[in-house]
Design a protein around this ligand. Structure first.
Ligand code: SF4
Ligand code: SF4
Ligand code: SF4
Ligand code: FES
Length: 949
């Protein structure tokens, strides 16, 4: 079976609106001005031979294989670099052209190993295809010197670099520059001596390369090739699906051999990624078949007991009977569930339906509680809808980009590449972040302002920024008058103009020089199009919601909403944070963000679900823990979320889990939470199920089953079995039926269906009816609030309770790294550990010197919540007084030290501000020792009970 490849038009599409008509080989063709002759020909099925051109990068014109003749013109121009013009008559095939092309191919082939039959790219090699296309049968040259003995670079765990096969077409170099924006590759030397390599002739792993795979994708030969293809051979069929890692939501072709994934290839038609990828989605899929995958349901009476493998029926019936027993003993509200942003929309929907209709309460929450719940609150209040306002492509029209508390190159890498492209075109960049993220200075990009604010002072910063705009009259008053609630604006204007909000007055709080804030604010306000992108550095604070409101105020005051190139864009962390919130997984909201007490909505759902529903908001995650410790919340169904690692003040979380009588965990691995569980229901990876994910730009994309579920069921089927065992009937036969129900009950999804998603590739909600193809840009005419007007709200800065003291003189802040993902359960089980195998504590040289620390030393980090030990990394990226770590490894215990402070409106934890002391130590912390012992014991209890067939 041969795989159907995506068509390569040779050069990128032109976006010009003017059309040009020409004739190619006697056929008329009309294309946008600026299109190459090669692309125009390809669009009518005439594929001109090519080697150095591909449609993801700009043409270069080096191989000369694509030559054509133009009637009345001289010579033989390269069709990839020749633009179309009105009335042009092009000839792509004749004797002369064929001879030239054969000559070119002969030169290439004479310095290329002739091992096609044993080469891993056999059947997927453009050089081989072109030799066939030009009819090359023999090579007349016998070169004295060749490159055939050059050594391979196997340093990258995922792809191999064999320079003997390189034709120096520079597609890889251009892909690294244009698509990825890393500039890791160069071509050294001239003529015969020219060769491609990571700069300074380093090995790939020692270079700047971030393993995005763009060069592998672009390479026409087997020079750069996935090791999985070398190991397993060429794939046979492909299925389009969506990456299960971050909120960019890249579209991929899972290229398969039977049920085995050979490689994940970024999909050119993917509207979020346009054929690009990062190391996680592209290469780190091996976890799905890792030996640690759990495939059998298990139960046990107590967490001190060995696990017992049981049948699915037994596990489901036991779980249901335990939940019912607990409800009988402790009351209807004594059980609940936690869904995850890693679940599909359909899984989240039926989970919250089970809890509301089957459990009879609203005790459902999601991990968005601990990341973007303030976004939901702040944007809903001000704009009337709790989502980001733009599509990703909008950034290409932004003139000034303001990034606050986000690290796109690590957290949202494919979007970061697009943003870097725009910055290389000349857009200005303002970064507000305590730490020097990569975008502050990266090849051909340098931030105009890096405002190094102190952790915990975001609101003081945004107020000062807005103060400049208000007092210097840099607002867009026409926009405000036409589109916003003017009374709320006037109040806000008076508030923000007060002296205590000025950059001078807040300088001592934020640590940012007043002159810097003034200059940056003027730059933002003066832009035709200014766009704000923000992340967890905004939300995970005690004033997270206030800061989101402050950002919304700023965008409204400057008229930067409702069109392409502007907007307020939360960069959502996990693949389906947006979707899990949309699907009603908060305790106070039905799907579509409608309050559970709203009479009409309540009635709608009671009728549809044929159940009596509670109108009282249920427990949030932290309230569930509190209630567990006071004995009133005793049963939890947790799907896809690892609360025992990811939630703050982890010792408190562990105590709450221990206090419960039945914890049911549904996951693909025995995660940290499962160590406290009584029922384990094996989950399915994204490769094993159907459904949809919704990314940070509200784009609903298909998730498609490419292999059978290892444990026998897709996750939605497991939830459905539990619902039926609980006595609440569910009878879906496919997730498309669940989506149909969502659409029938949720106005913003009314026009969404699997048929439409398959037809269009993806849909951005709101999508109100059958005709609609979705909404890339929100609030174009009116805001989504009831009266259509944007609402300004006051944002008084209130300092966090978390203060530095003599005992805890440093502020710890946290973040993530490109190669690892969240709690690391997936990426730690891939070769991505080659880049990051442990969490480290970044500390500034001054603070390190004060403590006698050097890189690699073990350091104890102590807060009022607890203590853990990590290795130190001396870094100029953090400012003095601030330390930083990632949280991808459970044994790091980053959440042992984070506190129970949280956002006033949503309870989102204040992960980003913890006062700590750091000192040199020689052994693990007491918590680490205890946790290690507990973990080992749990693995023993697993081994004792597990029967290997
Ligand atoms: S993998 Fe990506 S970053 Fe690395 S060299 Fe290739 S294109 Fe550049
Ligand atoms: S490695 Fe591949 S893409 Fe790069 S120059 Fe060589 S043949 Fe071309
Ligand atoms: S950018 Fe995000 S969605 Fe895209 S491949 Fe990487 S992890 Fe997956
Ligand atoms: S494909 Fe046009 S010059 Fe190489």
């Amino acid at each position: 079976m041969s795989i159907n490849k995506e068509h390569d038009f040779g050069t990128p599409a032109s976006t010009a609106s003017q059309l040009v008509t020409l004739e190619i080989d006697g056929f008329q063709v009309t294309v946008p001005a600026g299109t190459s002759v090669m692309r125009a020909a390809s669009s009518i099925g005439i594929d001109i031979p090519k080697l150095c051109a591909t449609d993801s990068i700009e043409p270069f014109g080096s191989c000369r294989l694509c030559v054509v003749q133009i009637e009345g013109g001289r010579g033989m121009p390269a069709s990839c670099t020749t633009p179309v013009s009105e009335g042009l008559k092009v000839i792509t095939q004749n004797q002369k052209l064929a001879e030239v092309r054969r000559g070119v191919m002969e030169l290439y082939i004479s310095d290329h190993p002739l091992d096609c039959l044993t080469c891993s790219s056999n059947g997927d090699c453009e050089l081989q295809d072109m030799a066939g296309a030009v009819g090359l049968r023999e090579v007349r040259y016998n070169p004295v010197e060749t490159h055939l003995n050059v050594v391979k670079d196997e340093s990258n765990p995922y792809f191999s670099f064999d320079p003997s096969k390189c034709i120096v077409c520079s597609r890889c170099v251009r892909a690294c520059e244009e698509t990825q924006g890393t500039f890791a590759l160069t071509i050294d030397g001239r003529g015969f001596d020219s060769k491609v390599s990571p700069s300074q002739n380093q090995a790939f792993m020692d270079s700047e390369c971030v393993s995005c795979g763009a060069c592998v994708q672009a390479c026409p030969t087997a020079t750069l090739i996935e090791k999985s293809v070398i190991d397993h051979g060429q794939p046979e069929h492909a299925i389009v699906t969506t990456c299960a890692y971050c909120g960019v939501g890249c579209s991929f072709r899972a290229e398969m051999k039977g049920e085995q994934v050979i490689r994940m290839v970024p999909h050119k038609d993917g509207k979020a990624n346009h054929g690009h990828s990062c190391v996680k989605g592209r290469f780190a899929f091996g976890y799905a078949t890792h030996k640690d995958r759990m495939t059998k349901p298990m139960i046990r009476a107590s967490i001190k007991d060995a696990w017992q493998e049981v049948s699915w029926d037994e596990a489901i019936n036991y779980a249901a009977s335990e939940l019912k027993r607990i409800q009988q003993k402790y009351g209807k509200d004594s059980i609940g569930g936690i869904t995850s942003s890693r679940c599909t929309n359909e899984e989240v929907y039926i989970m919250q339906k089970l809890i509301r209709a089957g459990f009879g309460n609203n005790n459902v929450d999601t991990c968005a509680r601990v990341c973007h719940s303030p976004t939901g609150y702040g944007l809903k209040q001000t704009f009337g809808e709790s989502s980001g306002t733009q599509d990703f492509d909008s950034v290409m029209k932004a003139d000034v980009i303001l990034i606050i508390g986000a690290n796109p190159t690590d957290g949202h890498p494919v979007f970061a590449s697009l943003m870097k492209k725009r910055l290389r075109e000349g857009a200005k960049l303002i970064i507000a972040d305590p730490r020097e993220i990569d975008l502050v200075k990266t090849p051909h990009v340098k931030a105009d302002y890096h405002l190094k604010l102190r952790p915990g002072t975001n609101v003081a910063f945004i107020n000062a920024f807005a103060h400049v705009i208000v007092t210097e009259k840099l607002m867009d008053e026409d926009f405000v008058n036409a589109r916003c609630d003017v009374a709320s604006f006037l109040k806000w204007e008076t508030f923000i103009a007060q002296e205590h909000n000025s950059p001078e007055a807040t300088e001592a709080i934020t640590g940012i020089a007043a002159t810097e804030i003034r200059a940056a604010a003027r730059l933002y306000a003066s832009a035709n199009n200014a766009a704000i992108y923000y992340g967890l550095g905004v939300t995970e604070h005690s004033q997270g919601s206030t800061m989101v409101i402050g950002i919304a105020n700023l965008a409204m005051a400057t008229g930067n909403l409702g069109r392409v190139g502007v907007g307020v864009n939360p960069l959502r962390g996990q693949n389906n944070v947006q979707g899990s919130c949309d699907m009603g997984s908060f305790p106070h909201e039905f799907p579509g963000y409608r309050h559970v007490s709203d009479g009409e909505t309540h009635q709608l759902f009671e009728n549809a679900w044929q159940a009596e529903l509670s109108a009282e908001p249920g427990l949030r995650i932290p309230n569930m823990f509190e209630a567990a410790l006071d004995g009133s919340f005793m049963g939890l169904y947790c799907e896809g979320e690892d609360i025992a690692q990811s939630d703050p003040d982890i010792q408190h979380v562990h105590a709450a889990l221990r206090a419960m009588e039945c914890v049911i965990v549904q996951d693909i691995f025995l995660n940290e939470t499962a160590k406290f569980a009584h029922v384990f229901l094996p989950g399915s990876s994204f490769l094993e199920k159907n459904g949809t994910f919704t990314n940070a730009e509200r784009r609903i994309s298909p998730v498609r089953k490419v292999m059978s579920p290892l444990a026998g069921y897709q996750d939605w089927e497991v939830t459905q079995m539990l619902a039926n065992a609980m006595g609440y009937p569910m009878n879906y036969s496919h997730p498309s039926e669940i989506m149909a129900e969502i659409a029938s009950l949720t106005p913003t999804f009314a026009g969404v269906s699997y048929e439409k998603i398959d037809r269009l590739g993806s849909i951005q909600w709101p999508c109100y009816d059958e005709e609609s193809e979705g909404t890339p840009i929100m609030h174009e005419e009116t805001f989504m609030r009831d009266n259509g007007k944007g609402l300004f709200m006051l944002t008084e800065y209130v300092a966090t309770h978390e203060r530095i003291t003599r005992k805890f003189p440093l502020i710890l802040t946290t973040g993530r790294i490109l190669s690892q993902y969240n709690v690391g359960a997936q990426t730690r089980r891939t070769d991505n550990v080659a880049w990051h195998s442990e969490d480290r504590l970044e500390i500034h040289l001054h603070d390190a010197e004060d403590r006698g620390l050097k890189t690699g030393d073990w350091v104890g980090i102590k807060s009022r919540a607890g203590e853990t030990v990590l290795r130190a990394l001396i870094s100029e990226r953090v400012q003095p007084g601030v330390v930083y770590t990632t949280f991808h490894f459970p044994e790091s215990g980053a959440n042992v030290i984070t506190t129970d402070n949280s956002d006033w409106a949503t309870n989102c934890p204040e992960y980003k501000v913890t006062a700590v002391q750091v000192s040199k130590v020689s052994q693990s912390s007491e918590w680490q020792e205890k946790y290690h012992a507990f973990s080992e014991n749990q693995l023993d209890l697993l081994a004792q009970g597990v029967h290997h067939d």
